[in-house]
Design a protein around this ligand. Structure first.
Ligand code: AMP
Ligand code: FE
Ligand code: FE
Ligand code: ZN
Length: 283
């Protein structure tokens, strides 16, 4: 068994380009000992992913990545969730309703800005795509395909990121509600990529303190773009607030071509990280 794991990956259930079973097989092929599926605002890929993991002998972790209300980007990953939990599923359905509304508004804005882009351009990108299970990554890919941007990240820079002409806010729950729905489903709640909130200890500390007060269990100390210094900041905050270190690549397949499964900026996430998490969840 290798020592390498990845606790943050996406499938076609959200904005990754590998189907859940392909994701499991790819993780195995790349030599991972364990992997979590953590799609945005949906658990629709979990059953297929876990079944494939069982079949091929990969340790699978059922997960989700929930977008929470914040000025910056706040994503909370749930690990070891019961993906059939009613409360979790009801809340995730609300989030997807917000995606549907926002996708329509963003399409209208892009068209107002002179771009010929339709709903079909979005939902032709994966099997089973709807306006509720797609997002900005799919809009970006459509813009690239139609020649309005050179790369997916270029499309974000030009039109889609917060503050740009075609950005629209969508419905999200508060951090507390987001953490609660993960706990209701038996999972642990991990702050994803805190670097998107701030790379500075002094600025991050109060945010972590507030999240801890409403039940946060862990934070990602390993990610695809951390400096060694920022990784140190994360470990310090984990120690200070009694949080579990977690992490992963945030693999999205071709939607994030520079990100490799199982690979983080400092190398890889060791299996000992999962041991800490499993102890907490009693597995
Ligand atoms: P959404 O959840 O629909 O708002 O879309 C957010 C997703 O878009 C993120 O999870 C990433 O997958 C993707 N994304 C955000 N910013 C960028 C970027 N600069 N380059 C590539 N993908 C991005
Ligand atoms: Fe994404
Ligand atoms: Fe995220
Ligand atoms: Zn992610």
């Amino acid at each position: 068994m290798t020592d390498k794991i990845d606790l943050h990956t996406h499938s076609t259930a959200s904005d990754g380009t590998f189907a859940p079973s392909e994701l499991a097989r790819y993780a195995k092929k790349e030599g991972l000992a364990a992997a979590a599926i953590t799609d945005h605002d949906t658990v629709d890929g979990v059953a297929e992913f876990m079944a494939e993991c069982d079949k091929i002998g990969l340790e699978g972790v059922a997960g989700v990545e929930i977008s929470a209300q914040h000025d910056k980007t706040m994503h909370i990953v749930g690990l070891y969730i019961d993906h059939e939990n009613t409360r979790l599923n009801e809340k995730l359905a609300q989030l997807r309703g917000g995606r549907e509304e926002r996708n329509r508004k963003m399409l209208a804005l892009l068209r107002e800005n002179g771009m010929d882009i339709t709903k079909d351009d979005i939902i032709s990108q994966k099997d089973g795509a709807t306006m509720a299970n797609t997002g900005r990554a799919h809009i970006a890919a459509a813009l690239v395909k139609k020649g309005y941007a050179e790369t997916i990240s270029g499309a974000f820079e030009k039109y889609l990121k917060r503050g740009r002409s075609c950005y629209v806010k969508r419905f999200t729950y508060s951090p507390e509600e987001s953490i609660d729905m993960i706990h209701a489903a038996g999972g642990i709640a991990v702050l994803a990529h805190p670097i998107l909130i701030s790379d500075d200890y002094a600025a991050l500390r109060p945010v972590i303190s507030e999240l801890k007060a409403v039940g946060l269990d862990g934070m990602e100390c390993y990610y695809n773009n951390y400096t060694p210094e920022f990784r140190g900041v994360c470990f310090d905050l984990c120690a200070e607030f009694g949080l579990l270190p977690s992490g992963g690549s945030d693999f999205h397949g071709a939607n994030k071509p520079d990100v490799k499964i199982g690979t983080v900026s400092t190398g890889f996430v060791p299996y000992s990280v999962l041991e800490g998490i499993k102890k907490r969840v009693g597995r």
